[in-house]
Write a protein that binds this ligand. Structure first.
Ligand code: SF4
Ligand code: ZN
Ligand code: ZN
Length: 326
């Protein structure tokens, strides 16, 4: 969506100051110099937080930090704009992926030090007794266990929630951006997954229950390529190595290609999809009664204590299946 200016120097001028443009946002189209792009970006970031009521005064916000561009920039901006009245900390999940997550964690910790943020690392190995490097080859061999990212994501969400509760966080901020949301909307429609479709949004993702720490997505309205551009203009170091070695089976990759292709042909597609979803959301809330019933029925997982309707939560059930195969 955002294109670094390729025209000869001086051809495009910043909309705000007339200086040479450093970036063109095709959906405007907007042309900005570095300074006015970062101003525009930060203004939208704060506006999203206000519009969806993401952050309330005095709250402790925990950033789910991976070391990648999205969560790293999220930590920088939350520190920049909210550290006066809020406690900002970081939670790093180590899934146990050698050559990938360990490298990203080094950069995540480096950013925390630079910003004076306390990082807490929680690992699959310590909490579940098994790493992704052990799990994934078994999943490749046994398709009945589900997709690699679905499996890993369930465990990660479990640890993020447990970590957030242990650290006494009011909110868990994730780096999900506009591209992620547009992909999720489309995926949930194509999968006929009404429950997930209904629960997504800038503050959603999990059921409303006091056993779940509320998740917020301050980049809900921020395109992914603009996050990359901001990091590059402001020299924010983030992990930019090869992607996760287990991500190639992710269904999401296919939706990414479709939406990126549409965006290229019809700029603004991602924003339009999100706006359409937001217009639809009040109608989707009609099933609220069912949500309350579900809330009452939740007990605690025998193994990890997370809210669940069954003896074991989904993550512990999955881990049990895998351990039986090892
Ligand atoms: S890409 Fe998939 S397997 Fe890799 S860390 Fe992310 S969710 Fe887990
Ligand atoms: Zn300018
Ligand atoms: Zn459990």
């Amino acid at each position: 969506m955002a294109k670094k200016e390729k025209e000869p120097a001086g051809q495009k001028k910043c909309d705000r100051c007339g200086a040479k443009a450093a970036i063109t946002l095709a959906y405007g189209p907007h042309h900005f110099c570095e300074k006015h792009f970062t101003d525009f970006f930060e203004k939208r970031f704060r506006k999203t937080a206000r519009k969806y009521g993401l952050i309330r005064n005095g709250e402790k916000i925990l950033v789910a930090l991976s070391g990648g561009k999205d969560s790293t920039l999220l930590l920088h901006l939350l520190k920049k704009f909210y550290s006066r009245n809020h406690k900002i900390e970081a939670l790093i999940i180590d899934e146990g992926i050698s050559g990938y997550r360990d490298e990203a964690i080094k950069i995540a910790v480096k950013n925390c030090k630079k910003l004076g943020v306390k990082p807490k690392i929680v690992s699959f190995k310590k909490e579940f007794g098994v790493t992704n490097d052990k799990i994934m080859p078994l999943i490749f061999k046994n398709s009945k266990l589900g997709g690699t990212c679905a499996f890993c994501g369930t465990m990660r969400r479990n640890l993020m929630n447990r970590g957030a509760k242990r650290l006494g966080a009011d909110k868990l901020a994730t780096g999900h951006n506009l591209d992620d949301e547009a992909q999720s909307i489309l995926m949930n429609i194509f999968n006929n997954d009404f429950e997930r479709f209904r629960r997504t949004g800038a503050t959603a993702g999990v059921m409303e229950h006091n056993g779940f720490v509320k998740r917020i997505k301050p980049f809900y309205e921020t395109p992914e390529d603009e996050i990359l551009a901001y990091c590059s203009f402001r020299g924010i170091e983030h992990f930019s190595g090869d992607c996760c070695p287990y991500s190639w089976t992710a269904k999401r990759n296919e939706y990414r290609k479709i939406i990126d292709d549409l965006e290229k042909k019809f700029p603004n597609t991602k924003f339009s999809l999100l706006r359409f979803y937001e217009n639809l959301k009040p109608l989707l809330a009609q099933k609220k009664g069912e949500k309350k019933a579900a809330k009452k029925a939740l007990g605690k997982c025998e193994k990890c204590g997370e809210p669940t309707e069954h003896e074991l939560c989904m993550a512990c059930k999955q881990v049990k299946k895998i351990i039986d195969l090892i």
